[in-house]
Design a protein around this ligand. Structure first.
Ligand code: 6GU
Length: 225
């Protein structure tokens, strides 16, 4: 898989790709991630990227031309399955979307900034718009990093234990059950007996029950889906 990220702030987004599982996935060539500084496509000697909104209003709007130049350059080199725009005014990211995107070959992610991008960018280039939750960030970079992390960990071979992505919270629309490790008792705090029983049928049943209980208490909306 190849991910091209277009941003006005590459330095802000690079660090999450330089550590832990995501770095290992890149080192193992399971995914390629390329950053493109929108400033390189800016207009004139000032490399202008944004301008005031037509009709007035606060904030600056990213212009279509630099984005067109950047996306067109990428599209001339390969075909893209999705061109994604990170923006709070979109459907919220969920596990189903992460699963769907993890199966793609080439994707572009445009991290929004300022007051947003000229609507014509969204109309002409964007195939999917994604928000990461109902709150506003200063820019789309952190949201793009979140999306990439959610996608990359699903690529086969990225997680050491292939099972672990399958038993994630949300993979079956349930939150994860509680987990415990040694010691079996700490200052009087005990691990549930069943987990020490060695009876795997009972353990499975207990985990399903706890997952359901947790979901019902914390995220009942997931059970309606
Ligand atoms: Cl994708 N961008 C921004 N700027 N804020 C957000 C977001 C995205 N998702 C939630 N809040």
């Amino acid at each position: 898989m190849r991910i091209d990220i277009i941003t006005v702030s590459p330095e802000l987004i690079k660090s999450p790709f330089e550590h832990s599982m995501i770095k290992r996935a890149i080192d193992k060539k399971l995914v390629q991630v390329h950053f493109h500084n929108l400033r390189d496509y800016g207009i004139g000697s000032y490399k202008k990227l944004d301008d005031m909104p037509f009709g007035g209003g606060a904030g600056m709007v990213l212009m279509i031309e630099p984005i067109d130049k950047c996306i067109s350059e990428l599209q001339a080199q390969r075909k893209y399955d999705e061109i994604i725009y990170m923006t709070p005014d979109a459907k919220t990211l969920n596990q189903a979307t992460a699963n769907f995107l993890s199966l793609k070959e080439n994707i572009i992610i445009l991290a929004g900034h300022y007051k947003g991008v000229d609507q014509r960018v969204r109309d002409k280039f964007i195939t999917k718009e994604i928000s990461i939750g109902d709150y506003v960030l200063t820019g789309g970079e952190l949201a793009a990093a979140v999306l990439c992390d959610a996608i990359i960990r699903l690529i086969p071979g990225v997680l050491g234990d292939e099972q672990s992505a399958l038993t994630d919270s949300f993979q079956d629309n349930l939150l994860s059950p509680p987990v415990y490790t040694r010691p079996a008792e700490y200052n009087g705090l005990k691990v549930p007996e069943v987990l020490l029983s060695g009876n795997f049928k009972k353990i499975d049943d207990w985990r399903s029950e706890k997952a359901f209980e947790r979901t019902k208490n914390i995220r009942p909306d997931l059970l309606d889906e």
